[in-house]
Design a protein around this ligand. Structure first.
Ligand code: GLV
Ligand code: MG
Length: 349
C-alpha cells in the first residue's frame, strides 16, 4: 500500500508537485473537434470563445488514416493559440492502442504547458491510472512543465464501472470522469445502438385498471444511465473530482439532448460533451443553474445567516441541510456569473 505521505510527491524527479485540490472552473460543456479536419481546425479559435472547454479529439471518430494528422493538427493549434479562460483538453487514444505512446509523448513534451487535462478513454482500473500517472510525471519532468497535467477518465467499460471508486482514488491527477454510453453499451452487451439518451423499450407501464383491464395503459420511459451516473457522481465527488455526462449522438433531437443533460445536471454532473455547435447552447442552458432557483437559494441563505437552525420560507421548512443545498446552487451561480454578464444580472450578483 502506498504511504499517504507520498501521495502528493511527484512521481518523477523534476515533475511538478501534484495538486491537493482540483481547480473548479466553469465546465458546462466539453466541445469536441477533430484537429485532422481542416475546417474544424480553422474554426477552433472562434469556437473556443463560446465554450468552457475545447477538446481536440484523437480517439474514436477520427479515422485511422487521420490519427497522425489529428495529433499534428492539435499540436499546431495548441502552439499557435492562446484560448484565455477556455480550458484546452485533448482525448488521446487508449492505452492499448498503437497511438497512445506517441500521443502522450508528443503532446506533453511539445505543448504540455498549454493543456489543462488529458482525457483517457476505456479506463478499466487503477492500474491504468498508475501507468499514465508515472509516465506523465516523467514527460512533465523532461519538458520542464510547472503545473501538473490532470487526467479525466471515460467510464465506458463494464470493468471500469465495477472499479470506479478505485479509479477515482488512484491519483491526485484525477480531475473527473465522463460517462461513455456508446462504448459502455457495447462492453455490457446492452441492446441499444444509440449514443447516449434513452430507449423507448426501457420503460415502466402503469398497472391495468381493475375496472377496465383492456384500457390502454400509460408507459413511462426510464433513464438507462441512471445507475452508472449515480456511481460516477459518488466516486468523483468523494475525491473532489468532477463528474460529466458524455456524448448525446442524436444531433437532430435537441429536446432529448436537453432532457438527458438535465437529468445528469440534477444528479450532480457539472457538464456534458458537445459534439456539434448546436449542443453548446443546450449545455450552457442546462448546466447553468436556473435563475429562479438561484434567487430562491439566495433567500434561504439570507434567512439562515449562519447556516444553522430552522426557519420557514414561503411555507417551506429550511434547516442546516437545505442551507447547504442552497449554497451549492449559489456557489455554482457565482462561478458561472464571473464569466457571463447576462447570467450575473439574472442571478442578481
Ligand atoms: C464515448 O466515448 C462513448 O463511447 O460513448
Ligand atoms: Mg468511447
Amino acid at each position: 500500500m502506498r504511504s499517504p505521505r507520498d501521495f502528493f510527491k511527484p512521481l518523477a524527479l523534476g515533475a511538478p508537485q501534484p495538486l491537493a485540490d482540483i481547480p473548479v472552473r466553469p465546465s458546462r460543456m466539453i466541445h469536441f473537434f477533430d484537429p485532422s479536419n481542416p475546417k474544424m481546425a480553422e474554426k477552433a479559435p472562434s469556437i473556443a470563445s463560446r465554450v468552457d472547454i475545447l477538446l481536440g479529439n484523437m480517439e474514436d471518430a477520427v479515422a485511422i488514416d487521420n490519427k497522425e494528422a489529428a495529433r499534428e493538427g492539435f499540436i499546431r493549434i495548441a502552439r499557435e493559440n492562446d484560448f484565455g479562460d477556455t480550458q484546452l483538453w485533448t482525448r488521446i487514444n487508449s492505452l492499448d492502442s498503437p497511438w497512445f505512446l506517441d500521443d502522450i509523448h508528443r503532446i506533453v513534451t511539445e505543448v504540455g504547458d498549454k493543456i489543462d487535462v488529458i482525457m483517457l478513454p476505456k479506463i478499466q482500473g487503477a492500474w491504468d491510472i498508475h501507468y499514465a500517472d508515472q509516465l506523465l510525471a516523467q514527460l512533465e519532468a523532461r519538458a520542464g512543465i510547472q503545473r501538473p497535467i490532470l487526467l479525466h477518465c471515460i467510464l465506458e467499460t463494464a470493468l471500469g464501472v465495477a472499479n470506479v471508486e478505485s479509479i477515482a482514488n488512484a491519483s491526485p491527477r484525477i480531475q473527473g470522469m465522463s460517462l461513455g454510453p456508446a462504448d459502455l453499451a457495447a462492453s455490457r452487451r446492452m441492446k441499444t445502438t444509440r449514443i447516449g439518451g434513452g430507449h423507448p423499450g426501457y420503460l415502466v407501464r402503469d398497472d391495468p385498471d381493475a375496472d377496465n383491464p383492456e384500457a390502454p395503459r400509460t408507459a413511462h420511459q426510464q433513464d438507462l444511465w441512471h445507475y452508472t451516473i449515480g456511481r460516477m457522481v459518488d466516486a468523483c465527488v468523494s475525491v473532489g473530482a468532477l463528474p460529466f455526462y458524455g456524448p448525446f449522438g442524436a444531433i437532430d433531437d435537441p429536446t432529448g439532448c436537453e432532457d438527458q443533460f438535465r437529468n445528469a445536471f440534477l444528479m450532480g454532473c457539472v457538464g456534458a460533451w458537445s459534439l456539434h455547435p448546436s449542443q453548446i447552447d443546450i449545455a450552457k442552458t442546462v448546466f447553468s443553474p436556473p435563475a429562479d432557483e438561484v434567487l430562491w437559494a439566495k433567500r434561504v441563505l439570507e434567512a439562515l445567516p449562519d447556516g444553522s437552525g430552522a426557519v420557514m420560507v414561503d411555507g417551506k421548512m429550511q434547516d442546516d441541510a437545505s442551507w447547504k443545498q442552497c449554497k451549492v446552487m449559489v456557489d455554482l451561480a457565482k462561478l458561472i456569473a464571473d464569466s457571463d454578464p447576462a447570467l450575473k444580472k439574472a442571478y442578481g450578483f
